[in-house]
Design a protein around this ligand. Structure first.
Ligand SMILES: Nc1ncnc2c1ncn2[C@@H]1O[C@H](COP(=O)(O)OP(=O)(O)OP(=O)(O)O)[C@@H](O)[C@H]1O
Length: 785
């Protein structure tokens, strides 16, 4: 017979056990945390054993009572008098656990230490009430109670720093410590009890709050609110200070104070957008086939789209997709429209959201998936629909944008024991796979590697290959730190086969860059320099905007120019026209479009500590899946209050930190550095860059904004002086337009091609009318004859 502590969580019961396991071959004991998840309160039919790692070696173990054990636990694991029930663990369960612990023999099972919130810790008033209720008890009992309480508090304090909290953001740690919260460490979040709900009812799942381990972003499963940690803290503070019955307290009531979002409100705007399309059932089979062909949705059945309440707008050829909150409330509508190349060939789908809140959720939530423990995550709705149509064992969800896994949904993915990331077998998909597996917890992720011959689910369906067979090829993400060529082989092959993708994201406005640098690749460091006032910021602004408009998640750290001025430059470059009081009526249209780009700005200005900057960058990579970071510029970030030797050594440390950051986080970092003060009459060289040679040694690419000293008018161009990718060096000419602040000549090119198109169409029309007139003339002649 063994003691087990358990509690209800997310409709399932988790039982946390601390096992003392004896290794079969070696004569030592280890303690191991195991979580058993089962549908009912008894430890029978366990669905899974999630081992949380061997933690040290002990020479046995003492059975302990659980400090602060909740005597009113709804799971039924406690008896009426508050003592713990004991369960017999079935032999086969023991065997399974033994297997999971690598042929160890279980010698003892101890209850996991759990800490429950105690009102007395947070609310002196409640303690008073509690005491008055028990006032008929003897003084000895009260004394003993006090002693016990002290012991419990001491235990709790020692538990605050146990292994569950390692890797937690300091602010999250502080929250747990301040309120002495009962918590469970999940894959991505710590799960805590709401102080308010614990006051009025038993601490069970329904009142759980999920707090992101890295960012502190919280989601309350009771009131469906989510937001930053500071809002949660403020809410707890207000609750504690509130006089009177806590049960009447309304969380996050003051909308102006709390920066929180509500997922329980049905969005009328989204519904209206959806109604612009017709329901799938209205289309006949043949008609639906045509629609599927237009959108590239071949082989997906009408009923599959119908189940997701997707509608179709015939006029715009637009597929209108409802975006729901994880609880099934309509929050947004995503519109997919096909775009075609110059030859009229289908070239993919472009998307827009009605109000943007869908971008913090996922597509595909279904009631029938609530109990499922395995998830497949895809990068498009189309792939999710294919899998919803062909598999029944998995929950299937897709990303709102292929490059973003929003932190808001992570709590709702906690319940999944395994997550298959099925994005395709190309190099780009692999980059996203690595990024998102880290975010989801690599231990539970199964992935496809480049070259695994497992293109997207839709491609597999179209090629009549087996979806389930492909799924069986997904392999665990996590492996140890050693690898062999056999493991790397398929990745190497893919790198050779997909050279274009390996080269990175291509520029559209600066096509010449594609010939020299080939593309923007993750994990690289680019150093950019140019003389004072030569246009570095203006150029970097358009250079990064170009990539951002293609979906590259971008973060700007502008330490010299304030964000408003930078955003204004970028908006004008986006609009490709001068924005002035005369055309202010056009501002909103451009601003609305610009706002939807995946662009963020750090709020630092002037001198700042490198650690703070790096932390903010790491935060952005986690939250926004940032792919390109621009730091403009290094000298302003470091400040000037030091002598030259200090400056050089500090600068070297900063380079090393940025270099490490780019590699570790697999993001592209562009660093703007001023040159040394040299002869203004000569053009710059790599060695003109300020500081020691470390800057250019650490960099993968070096680009210089040059002002030609030979050509009249000081023509501007970019010189690529280092390119680690393929060594190609060269110049890219720039043409500054003071109207739209572009250097790519993008506006002009577009105008020219439009003029050419109009003139071509005009000639075509004239040719056609000439031909028609000739034919008519011939006919007339024939008639007369
Ligand atoms: N090629 C160009 N020709 C003429 N003016 C330009 C050119 N590029 C930018 N400008 C203008 O020059 C001014 C300074 O540009 P910008 O701030 O981009 O230069 P910078 O090199 O970043 O300056 P700093 O050295 O102070 O960081 C802006 O008003 C901008 O519109």
């Amino acid at each position: 017979m063994m003691n087990i502590s358990s509690f209800v969580l997310s409709r399932l019961v988790y039982t946390d056990l601390r096992l003392i396991v004896q290794h079969t071959k070696v004569k030592h004991y280890s303690t191991l945390s195991v979580r058993i998840c089962h549908k009912n309160s008894a430890v029978r039919n366990p669905l899974v054993y999630a081992c949380r790692g061997l933690s040290g070696i002990s020479d046995g173990g003492n059975e302990q009572n659980v400090p602060g054990k909740d005597t009113q636990d709804q799971s039924g694991d406690t008896t009426n008098d508050g003592s713990e029930k004991s369960y017999e663990i079935e032999e086969n369960v023991k065997e399974d656990i033994a297997k999971a612990t690598k042929s160890s023999k279980i010698t003892k099972i101890l209850p996991e230490k759990t800490v429950l919130p105690d009102e007395s810790d947070i609310n002196p008033q409640t303690t008073k009430t509690k005491r008055s209720r028990t006032s008929n008890k003897s003084t000895t009992e009260t004394k003993e109670g006090g002693k016990k309480e002290k012991q419990v508090r001491k235990k709790r304090e020692s538990i605050i720093d146990n292994e569950d909290l390692s890797g937690l953001d300091t602010n999250v740690k502080n929250l747990l410590e301040t309120y002495k919260l009962r918590r469970i460490a999940g894959h991505t979040c710590v799960i805590i009890n709401c102080l308010k709900c614990s006051v009025i009812m038993k601490p069970v799942v329904s009142d759980a709050i999920y707090v992101n381990k890295t960012t502190g972003y919280f989601s309350c499963f009771t009131c469906k609110k989510h937001g930053p940690l500071t809002s949660l803290q403020e809410n707890f503070e207000t609750l504690i200070k509130t006089k009177g019955a806590k049960k009447n307290f309304v969380c996050f009531n003051d909308k102006d104070t709390y920066n929180v979002y509500d997922w329980s409100i049905h969005n009328e705007q989204a519904e209206e957008a959806l109604r612009k399309g017709e329901q799938m059932k209205k289309f006949k089979i043949e008609e639906f086939k045509q629609i599927a062909e237009i959108l590239g949705f071949e082989n997906i059945q009408k009923s599959t789209l119908e189940k997701q309440n997707i509608t179709y707008d015939k006029e715009r050829h637009a597929l209108l997709i409802p975006y729901l909150s994880p609880d099934g409330v309509l929050i947004d509508c995503k519109c997919l429209t096909p775009y075609f190349d110059e030859d009229g060939e289908f070239n993919g789908l472009s998307y827009s959201f009605t109000n943007g809140s869908g971008q913090s959720s996922l597509f595909g939530w279904r009631k029938e998936d609530e109990e499922k423990k395995q998830l497949i995550l895809t990068k498009t709705e189309k792939d999710a629909l294919v899998l919803q149509q062909t598999t029944s064992d998995y929950a299937v969800l897709s990303l709102p944008r292929e490059s973003n896994l929003p932190q808001e949904v992570l709590p709702y993915l906690e319940k999944f024991e395994s997550v298959i990331l099925w994005f395709g077998d190309d190099i780009h998909s692999w980059e996203y796979t690595i990024k998102f597996a880290r975010k989801l917890g690599e231990n539970r992720c199964l992935v496809f590697r480049p070259g695994d011959e497992c293109s997207t689910p839709h491609e597999i369906l179209k090629s009549n290959l087996s979806i389930s067979h492909t799924l069986s090829k997904a392999k665990p993400m996590k492996n140890d730190h050693l690898t062999s060529f056999e493991d790397l082989r398929s990745e190497v092959k893919a790198q050779i086969a997909q050279q274009e993708l390996v080269a990175g994201v291509q520029w559209r406005r600066f096509a010449q860059f594609n010939n020299v640098l080939k593309g923007l690749r993750p994990g690289e460091l680019t150093v950019m320099s140019g003389r004072t006032g030569s246009g570095k910021t203006t150029f970097m602004s358009e250079y990064s905007l170009d990539l951002c408009m293609q979906g590259v998640n971008t973060l700007w750290g502008s330490f010299e120019v304030n964000n408003t001025r930078l955003a204004k430059t970028m908006l004008i470059q986006y609009a490709k026209k001068k924005l002035s009081p005369e055309n202010l009526n056009e501002f909103d249209q451009f601003a609305d479009e610009f706002q939807k780009l995946p662009m963020h700005f750090m709020t630092f200005f002037g001198q700042n500590e490198i650690k703070k900057v790096i932390d903010t960058m790491a935060h952005a990579v986690y939250i926004h899946d940032t792919q390109h970071i621009i730091v403009d510029n290094l000298q302003f970030m470091m400040g000037s209050d030091m002598d030259v030797t200090d400056k050089f050594s500090k600068q070297n440390l900063v380079y090393a930190a940025f270099r490490r950051f780019a590699s570790e986080h697999n993001v592209h970092l562009t660093l703007v550095i001023h040159p040394r003060k040299e002869n203004e009459d000569t053009e710059l060289t790599t060695s003109s860059i300020f500081g020691s040679a470390k800057a250019t040694q650490e960099a993968d690419n070096v680009i210089l904004l040059q002002t030609s000293k030979t050509k009249r008018g000081g023509k501007k161009y970019i010189e690529v002086t280092k390119n680690r990718f393929d060594g190609e060096l060269g110049n890219i000419s720039l043409k500054f337009d003071p109207e739209d602040l572009t250097l790519s000549n993008a506006g002009k090119k577009e105008k020219k091609s439009l003029e050419r198109k109009i003139s071509d169409e005009k000639t075509e029309y004239e040719d056609f009318t000439d031909e028609y007139e000739d034919e008519e003339e011939e006919k007339q002649k024939e008639f007369i004859m």
